[in-house]
Design a protein around this ligand. Structure first.
Ligand SMILES: *Cc1c(COP(=O)(O)O)cnc(C)c1O
Ligand SMILES: [Zn+2]
Length: 413
């Protein structure tokens, strides 16, 4: 383990990582842990010069700030250093200085979750575990299954039965032991937690295992480095359980602590209106989050009882950020608009982040001087059924030129 310690996000109590605590024994399941490092030591290993000279274009380039031992066996799948695109057409349309699209759907199983799964299997191997397990709305599961296959671990996966077919198929092709749970995500998580307790499997539930947010934070670190350490003003991320938003803040926080950036961008959390407990807590200034039922087309953020709410609230407040809620209609409109303007195809939950940007821009809540980053957390091919809702169907035509001329002529008229 790199030198680090765990600190409860609620009560601040600190723990040694070797103690194997997951969530805080005093605060229970809500007491998720921050992982903190010896930042003076990390500073020496991870300066601008060292990074500029590094040929490791993966998440491991930030290993001085990752909770993994040097020399540990790592999966061979390539994770991270995904492209970021400055899309001037979008910036012009919405009246901001720059819009950056970070395409994290380019990871090996096509979502940002790979950054966490990569760390999960590395730590599972380090601990000599044979089985890794998780509950997931879909992407964490397909990601873990892929990484388990890559290193030869057994994976046991629990997903709600409503998970999109592409994600479930990914699980099956990677050879996972898959259980489609007859209930919602909350019920799925409860079953997984009990099974993990009972059989002692390695836990890849991001809100419970404190080390996984550490993998995901490398997305924010890349954004900073890809911007030449001149970070954007606002970073938009979609929010379900609250792990990605926590990790986005954590990545910038760590870079600030080691002096690589001079400020932390505002982190803007985007939720679906039908699943917005974190948004409601932020807007009302509440100290805790009230759980409820959830319903949205964006399955990856269809979470009514977010497990990482404590860290998520901290991410918004500590970065002087904000939250915004978008309707399913706005998500589908964004899903259709982003690829037309950028060439990047996002699944509904990832399109939600873009929808949040569009909404705040339209409401006049952004500045003309703003540089914006939008994290595309998952690839659009993950859920083509939702995408079909957002576009008009292709036209059918007989296989002859007359019919084609006719069709094209009709279009001109
Ligand atoms: C998991 C996921 C999210 C939400 O992340 P949380 O950590 O649950 O808030 C957003 N988009 C995609 C594509 C995801 O897979
Ligand atoms: Zn605590």
């Amino acid at each position: 383990m790199a030198d680090c310690l765990l600190r409860c996000a609620l009560c601040g109590r600190e723990f040694n990582p070797e103690s194997r605590v997951k969530t805080c024994p005093d605060c229970g399941i809500d007491g998720t842990m921050h992982v903190l490092y010896d930042y003076d030591e990390a500073k020496k290993r991870m300066g601008r010069k060292e990074l500029a000279a590094s040929f490791d274009f993966s998440l491991w380039r930030y290993s001085a700030l990752l909770p993994v031992k040097e020399g540990a066996r790592r999966p061979s799948l390539h994770v991270g250093w995904t492209p970021i695109y400055s899309v001037s057409g979008i910036a012009r349309e919405y009246g901001v200085r720059e819009v950056l699209v970070k395409d994290d759907g380019r990871n090996p199983t096509a979502s940002l979750k790979d950054r966490a799964s990569c760390i999960a299997v590395t730590l599972a191997l380090q601990e000599g575990q044979e089985t890794v397990a998780c509950a997931s709305t879909g992407n964490a599961a397909s990601s873990l299954a892929g990484f388990a296959a890559n290193v030869g671990l057994r994976s046991v996966i629990f997903v709600p039965e409503a998970a999109p077919a592409a994600k479930v198929t990914q699980l099956l092709v990677f050879g996972a032991n898959v259980f489609l749970v007859g209930g919602d995500y909350a019920a799925t998580v409860r079953l997984a937690i009990k099974a993990i307790e009972r059989w002692g499997w390695y836990d890849r539930n991001c809100a419970i295992n404190p080390f996984l947010v550490e993998g995901k934070k490398t997305c924010a670190m890349e954004i900073a480095e890809q911007c030449g350490w001149d970070v954007p003003d606002k970073v938009f991320v979609s929010v379900g359980d609250g792990c990605i938003i926590s990790s986005t803040y954590k990545g910038f926080y760590d870079l600030h602590r080691v002096g690589l950036i001079d400020r932390v961008p505002q982190v803007i959390g985007v939720q679906a209106e039908g699943a917005s407990p974190i948004h409601r807590a932020v807007q009302s200034g509440a100290r805790t989050v009230v759980f409820g039922p959830s319903r949205t087309v964006a399955d990856s953020i269809d979470v009514g009882a977010p497990h990482n709410w404590a860290k998520a609230l901290n991410a918004v407040r500590s970065s002087h950020g904000d939250t915004v809620a978008v309707s399913d209609g706005e998500i589908l409109a964004a899903l259709a608009e982003l690829p037309r303007r950028s060439g990047v195809f996002a699944e509904p939950a990832a399109a939600a982040a873009y929808a949040g940007f569009v909404k705040m821009a339209r409401e006049g809540r952004l500045q003309a001087s703003d540089r914006i980053a939008v994290i595309v957390s998952g690839n659009g091919l993950k859920d083509v059924v939702a995408a079909q809702e957002a576009v008009s169907p292709a036209r059918k035509i007989a296989p002859d030129m007359a019919a084609l001329e006719n069709a094209l002529g009709l279009e001109k008229a």
